[in-house]
Design a protein around this ligand. Sequence first.
Ligand SMILES: Cc1cc2nc3c(=O)[nH]c(=O)nc-3n(C[C@H](O)[C@H](O)[C@H](O)COP(=O)(O)OP(=O)(O)OC[C@H]3O[C@@H](n4cnc5c(N)ncnc54)[C@H](O)[C@@H]3O)c2cc1C
Length: 297
Amino acid sequence: MHCDAIIIGGSFAGLSAAMYLARGRRSVCIVDAGAPRNRFAAHSHGFFAHDGSEPATMLATARAQVAAYPTTTFVEGEAVRAARDGDGFSVRLATGEVHHGARLILAFGISDELPAIPGLAERWGTSVLHCPYCHGYELSGRRLGVLNTSPTSMHQAMLISEWGPATLFLNGAPEPDAATRAQLHRRRVAIEPAPVRALLGTGAQLSAVELSDGRTVDADAIYLSPRNRLNSDIAQQLGCATDEAPLGTIVRTDDVRMTTVPGVFAAGDIVRATHTVAWASADGVTAGLAAHRSLVF
Ligand SMILES: Cc1cc2nc3c(=O)[nH]c(=O)nc-3n(C[C@H](O)[C@H](O)[C@H](O)COP(=O)(O)OP(=O)(O)OC[C@H]3O[C@@H](n4cnc5c(N)ncnc54)[C@H](O)[C@@H]3O)c2cc1C
């Protein structure tokens, strides 16, 4: 297939980009592997007119609206290779299928690398969380914890205390310096130095954190900032420059979300250090619009 633009990743960023290209009457092929990052959460919060909606329903609605434009094509599967091909780009899927596009938009998202603590992964998105703006209000006044996973965890602990009484679980890491301890104290954050052995609770609900010395600390939710990994190395295959953000690699883009490779745009979690559905969608709109204009001018 040859189209005006190929979009790799058909979630919040990719579908937003597709909508603008389709409304610009251009042909778009959306390749999607069907695993959006927030698939673990039952509800998505904070997005204009969709506060509390189910992520899967939001995406199904957006997909149906994009599919209603006759110039859009959806391809289910994983893109594994992309390369410059004449004036445009070719994209190869894991199945061997190849598609060609004059422009390429990368919107393949990131994955969270969760610590290997028993009881943690199965609670991800319910009572083990990353973002209090997304999932904090519903836990107002409850017993909250922050698991030390990166240098940003001190800052996260100070922030989380805005939503409820908070404990910072250092998980065996050295105590923070005196100035940081004083800041945590001012924010009424308790510090628990012992390594964490397991998260306890019923089903996906957390009730306590078990420490290596056998003690337990009651907690209704734990926040952490996991390392992020790009879902694909396609940006690197194409020669797009990347940068190191505090939690992982991001694809470098300019104001209109073009990468350092002309004709290749990028949007969503892969281009920024902080992540929401609203930003991913806005990035997708920006990239879709810029890709469209680059086809005209
Ligand atoms: C547990 C959790 C809860 C969250 N809750 C909220 C919330 O309440 N509110 C909020 O605003 N944000 C929330 N977020 C953040 C939100 O999920 C992301 O910001 C958003 O999903 C980013 O959209 P995206 O389109 O960039 O990437 P994604 O939504 O991750 O989509 C990427 C898409 O690309 C596909 N893909 C990956 N690799 C390939 C490939 N090689 N070929 C083809 N397709 C590929 C994937 O399968 C996926 O469909 C949450 C995140 C998590 C982890």
